[in-house]
Design a protein around this ligand. Structure first.
Ligand code: ATP
Ligand code: MG
Length: 368
């Protein structure tokens, strides 16, 4: 669907190889080949925090891959990470509205609840019980080195760092491993967390394995062509940073947000993510929506400057999102359907989590 190569887009990393991005991109290309050959061998877990409406960073960073994997026939789990809302705020206000909004966003983009299990983290006790043995498998020093946690602490609204914030990559290991997922479609910020999950899986298998098949797989990250989309202020597009274009925004809101997006002083538009991150991010957005090469989009706008670029992006985004927005508005009329989808997902996730916890107990010699 899109003409953006996974190896080309540097995103906001400014071309530097942050977080082992080249290795992660190479691995993602290998995984894509395996997915094409045998999608059914993949069990996929992804998810989001219910901290607001999903945005274009989510869409091109991971949601688009979720729909694609589901439609190819991979087994899918989507977690709504409600406990994780508390990592960087004192109260989970409006969380139930945000949970509904996440379910709606997923249904609107094409996730099918008959094929994909959509569930809430807090509704699955056996999943959460994995956390205690998992926490014993990572050191405080390892948790303290995590660059994404450091960045989130820097942007946090809290005066001090809670134990939950510090340990949340270990919670994510439980989120991923409870269903033995072997593939996790994520944005770039999640790569350090996935390393924690892989470490925990490996150490659990080494420590408690009995020579039979490993209890847990070491899951791979699957990056998209846009693993780090920037927001209107030039930083990572995030629900919590007031810089996001929501999938559910109106066409007028979208136009206003893009009009206010940061650009630079150079008039001619080019696509060069390493030296012109903000302008290139806008070019990329239009390219992703139109399924075109970003260099071609930049050439066409050329001397038209930021005004023409913003007009192009606005039209491309609004056109691309129009059917998703229409479907979302339609689905939003039936709240009881959304609740039913979530309840069914919670039930399925509980069955899977209890089976995994039983295996963990056996491995840890804890059946009494
Ligand atoms: P919050 O600000 O509340 O943390 P968020 O916008 O960072 O919200 P998350 O729920 O933390 O969203 O992330 C969900 C998924 O979306 C993750 O896989 C993450 O990597 C991906 N993602 C989030 N923001 C972006 C972005 N700007 N570009 C690409 N992928 C993104
Ligand atoms: Mg986040």
């Amino acid at each position: 669907m899109n003409a953006v190569s996974t190896t080309e887009v540097a995103g906001a990393s400014g071309g530097r190889d942050l977080l082992g991005m080249s290795a992660a991109r190479r691995r993602s290309a290998e995984l894509e080949a395996m997915i094409r050959e045998e999608p059914g061998r993949f069990r996929v877990l992804t998810g989001d925090r219910p901290t607001g409406r999903l945005h274009l960073g989510h869409y091109f960073g991971t949601l688009h891959n979720r729909v694609r994997l589901q439609d190819l026939g991979a087994e899918m789990f989507v977690i709504i990470a409600d406990y994780q809302v508390l990592t960087d705020r004192d109260v989970a206000d409006q969380v139930s509205d945000h949970v509904e909004s996440l379910v709606l966003d997923h249904l609107a983009i094409g996730m099918d609840p008959d094929r994909t299990t959509i569930f809430a983290h807090s509704a699955v006790p056996a999943l959460n019980q994995l956390l205690l043995p998992f926490l014993s498998l990572v050191t405080v020093a390892e948790l303290g080195r995590n660059p994404t946690v450091k960045d989130e602490i820097a942007h946090s609204r809290q005066a001090s760092v809670s134990g939950l914030m510090f340990t949340y990559p270990a919670h994510q290991a439980a989120d991923i491993l409870f269903c033995k997922a072997n593939l996790v479609p994520v944005g770039q910020d999640q790569l350090p967390h996935l390393e924690v999950t892989r470490t925990i899986a490996r150490r659990f298998n080494d420590r408690y394995g009995t020579g039979g098949p490993a209890v847990f797989p070491e899951p791979d990250a699957l990056l998209s062509a846009a693993p780090l989309l920037l927001g209107t202020d030039g930083g990572k597009m995030s629900k919590s940073r007031g810089n996001a274009i929501a999938l559910a925004a109106t066409a007028d809101e979208t136009a206003a947000l893009i009009r206010g997006a940061k650009t630079d002083a150079e008039r001619r538009i080019t696509y060069d993510p390493a030296t012109r991150p903000e302008v290139s991010n806008l070019v990329l957005l239009a390219a992703l929506c139109q399924g075109r090469d970003p260099h071609r989009v930049a050439e066409e706008v050329g001397a038209g400057g930021a005004a023409v670029l913003k007009r192009t992006v606005t039209e491309a985004v609004n056109e691309y999102l129009a059917p998703i927005r229409a479907r979302r508005a339609e689905l939003a009329r039936d709240r009881s359907h959304i609740r039913r989808v979530l309840r069914a997902g919670n039930e399925r996730a509980n069955v899977v989590a209890e089976a995994t916890l039983a295996e963990v107990r056996v491995a840890m010699n804890g059946l009494y």
